[in-house]
Design a protein around this ligand. Structure first.
Ligand SMILES: Nc1nc2c(c(=O)[nH]1)N[C@H]1C(S)=C(S)[C@@H](COP(=O)(O)OP(=O)(O)OC[C@H]3O[C@@H](n4cnc5c(N)ncnc54)[C@H](O)[C@@H]3O)O[C@H]1N2
Ligand code: MOO
Length: 401
C-alpha cells in the first residue's frame, strides 16, 4: 500500500492549473490571481497633507509667529501659487502640499484671526507630509500570481487603479455518489437505506477550497449507470466518486469505468480512514475515487481533494497546514496505516493547543466529525504516546471546513 505522502505526490503531480478569466474587481474576492498585479500609478501621486491645518514654511512657523493666509487647498483642488516668507495656505487632509511649503501646522495648534493665523506650536520640516510614493510607486509589484485574494488585496488593487483582474477559473469538480442503498436527503428511502451525506459534504469542501461543485445524480450499483453518470463529468477538471471503492462485489467504480477508458494510477493507501482510495484518469479527466464511509470520504477530501483543488486553481504545492499540539489523552501504538483521528482542541494555561481524540473513531460516525476541531495525525507504526506528548494536527476551521 502507498503512503499518504506518496499518494498525494502522485495526485498533485498529475494536475495542471486551469486557465484564466477576467473578472471585475468586486468579483475578485476569494479568487486566485493568474497574473501579478503591478501598480498603475504612484500613491500618493504627490506630497500631500496628512492633516487638516495650514501648509507653511517650517522656518517661519515658530511658536508666536503670525502668518498671512494666501489661499486654500482642499483635497482634489491644488493651490496653484507658491508660498513666500511668512505665508500660509489653508490645507485639508489629502490635498497636495503647495510649492514652497515644507510642513503642516495642525489646525489644533493654530489660532485663526482676521489678520492671519497665529502659530501655537513649532512646525518641523516634513511634519504631517505624506511623501509621493509613500504607499507604492508606478510599476511596483503589489500582488503575486497564485495569491488567493483577500478583501485587503482587493482594496490595494483598486488603489493601484485596476478595474479588472486576471484570475484562474474556479476548478469544476464533478461529484458522483454511488450505491443502491443511498438516497438524497428528504427523498423516500427503501429498507436498509441510508441518506447520501457524502456528496453534500464534499460539495461544501469543494467550495471551501475554491472550486465549483457539480453534484451528479446518484448512480445505482450497476456498471452501466456508473459509466453513464461518469460520462457526464467529461469537461470537468476533476471527477470525484464516493463509494464502490473497496473489494466487495458491488464495489464497482473501477470495473464499471474500465470499459469507459478508465486508467488506474493507484488503488489502496496506508491510511485510516481511507484505505481504498482510487486515483486515475477517465479519458483526460482526473478521477479521485473516495471510499463510501462518510468520514473516510471527508477525511480523504481534506488530505487529497483540498490540495488537488488548490493545485488546479493556481496554487500548486499548497497543502493543508500542519500545526503542533499536546496530547490531551494517551494513545496506543499504531499499526501500519497512518491515522487521522477526529479530535477536539482546547488551549492550556500557556495558550498551547491540547488535542484529544474521540474514543470512538468508526468511519461511519459523522457526529464526531462535525464536533471535531482537528484531525490528529498518527504516523504508521507510531509508538504508544502518553498524554502531554507533541503531535501534529490539521485544524479544520483553518481550511474553512
Ligand atoms: N472485506 C473488506 N471489506 C471492506 C474493506 C476491506 O479492505 N476489505 N475496506 C473497508 C473500508 S476501510 C472502507 S472505507 C469501506 C469503503 O468501501 P466502499 O468505498 O466500497 O464503500 P461502500 O461499500 O459503497 O460504502 C461503505 C459505507 O458507506 C456508506 N455510503 C456509501 N455512500 C454513501 C454516501 N454517499 N453517503 C453516506 N454514506 C454512504 C454505505 O452505505 C456503507 O455503509 O469498505 C470497507 N469494507
Ligand atoms: O478506510 Mo475505511 O475508510 O477505514 O473506513
Amino acid at each position: 500500500m502507498l503512503s499518504v505522502a506518496e499518494a498525494r505526490e502522485r495526485i498533485l503531480g498529475g494536475l495542471q492549473p486551469v486557465g484564466a478569466e477576467t473578472v471585475s474587481l468586486p468579483e475578485g474576492w476569494g479568487r486566485v490571481l493568474a497574473a501579478p498585479v503591478a501598480a498603475r500609478l504612484t500613491q500618493p501621486p504627490a506630497d500631500v497633507s496628512a492633516m487638516d491645518g495650514y501648509a507653511v514654511r517650517a522656518a517661519d512657523a515658530v511658536k508666536g509667529a503670525r502668518l498671512v493666509v494666501i489661499g486654500a487647498a482642499p483635497a482634489g483642488h491644488p493651490f496653484g501659487g507658491e508660498l513666500g516668507p511668512n505665508q500660509a495656505v489653508r490645507i485639508f487632509t489629502g490635498a497636495a502640499v503647495p510649492t514652497g511649503a515644507d510642513g503642516i501646522l495642525l489646525q489644533e495648534d493654530a489660532e485663526s484671526g482676521a489678520d492671519g493665523v497665529l502659530v501655537q506650536e513649532d512646525v518641523h520640516p516634513g511634519r504631517w507630509i505624506r511623501r509621493a510614493g509613500l504607499d507604492f510607486h508606478v510599476g511596483e509589484a503589489l500582488l503575486p500570481a497564485g495569491r488567493r485574494l483577500t478583501a485587503r488585496d482587493i482594496g490595494l488593487a483598486a488603489a493601484a487603479n485596476h478595474p479588472w483582474l486576471s484570475v484562474h477559473r474556479q476548478p469544476r469538480v464533478a461529484i458522483l455518489a454511488t450505491g443502491d442503498e443511498i438516497s438524497l436527503p428528504g427523498d423516500p428511502m427503501g429498507a436498509g437505506g441510508i441518506v447520501s451525506s457524502n456528496a453534500h459534504a464534499l460539495a461544501a469542501l469543494v467550495r471551501a477550497a475554491g472550486g465549483v461543485p457539480i453534484v451528479l445524480p446518484i448512480a445505482r450499483d450497476d456498471a452501466e449507470a456508473i459509466a453513464a453518470a461518469a460520462q457526464s463529468a467529461r469537461g470537468c477538471d476533476l471527477l470525484v466518486t464516493t463509494g464502490g471503492a473497496s473489494v466487495g462485489e458491488h464495489d464497482l467504480v473501477q470495473s464499471a469505468l474500465g470499459p469507459a477508458g478508465f486508467a488506474l494510477d493507484f488503488w489502496k493507501i496506508a491510511m485510516r480512514p481511507g484505505k481504498p482510495l482510487i486515483w486515475g484518469r477517465l479519458g483526460t479527466t482526473p478521477l479521485l475515487g473516495l471510499p463510501g464511509n462518510p468520514v473516510s470520504s471527508l477525511v480523504c477530501g481534506v488530505v487529497f481533494l483540498w490540495p488537488a483543488i488548490a493545485a488546479l486553481g493556481g496554487r500548486p504545492g499548497l497543502l493543508p497546514p500542519l500545526r503542533t499540539a499536546r496530547l490531551g489523552a494517551a494513545l496506543a501504538a499504531n499499526d501500519q496505516r497512518a491515522d487521522f483521528l477526529r479530535a477536539t482542541l482546547k488551549r492550556d494555561a500557556q495558550g498551547q493547543w491540547v488535542a484529544t481524540a474521540f474514543p470512538a473513531q468508526d468511519s461511519s460516525m459523522l457526529k464526531t466529525m462535525a464536533r471535531a476541531d482537528a484531525l490528529l495525525l498518527r504516523a504508521p507504526h507510531a509508538p504508544e504516546a502518553p498524554a502531554g506528548s507533541s503531535v501534529e494536527i490539521l485544524v479544520l476551521d483553518e481550511l474553512g471546513l
